[in-house]
Design a protein. Structure first.
Length: 102
């Protein structure tokens, strides 16, 4: 469980290309601090004192933050306490770019 219980959802603008092709620079992501964290979720996390947006992978009780762009490394984190929220939606400049994540 993350330590942000009771916080309101918030939005951020995607910067960079670490999560293409699913999330392009300029997309808006909706983050639910109390969202259900599961293997494969897109998450907002803290890594080395910086916030990062990646896909959570859980393998053999170890936790990793994986970019979708293979030009970036997969990062190991200590546990779910590093997760600060789950991405629940993506929006862009066009209606067809709206997508929900469960």
């Amino acid at each position: 469980m993350n330590d942000s219980c009771g916080q309101d959802p918030f939005v951020l603008k995607v910067l960079g290309d670490s999560m293409i092709p699913e999330f392009n620079e300029g997309h808006i992501i909706f983050i639910e601090p109390d969202g259900a964290i599961k293997n494969g979720s897109y998450v907002f996390a803290v890594y080395e004192d910086e916030y990062i947006f990646r896909q959570l992978l859980i393998e053999n009780e170890e936790y990793f933050l994986k970019p979708l762009n293979n030009a970036y490394p997969t990062l190991k984190i200590s546990g779910l306490e590093d997760i600060k929220g789950v991405i629940t939606q993506r929006a862009g400049k066009r209606r067809k770019e709206l997508k929900h994540y469960v």
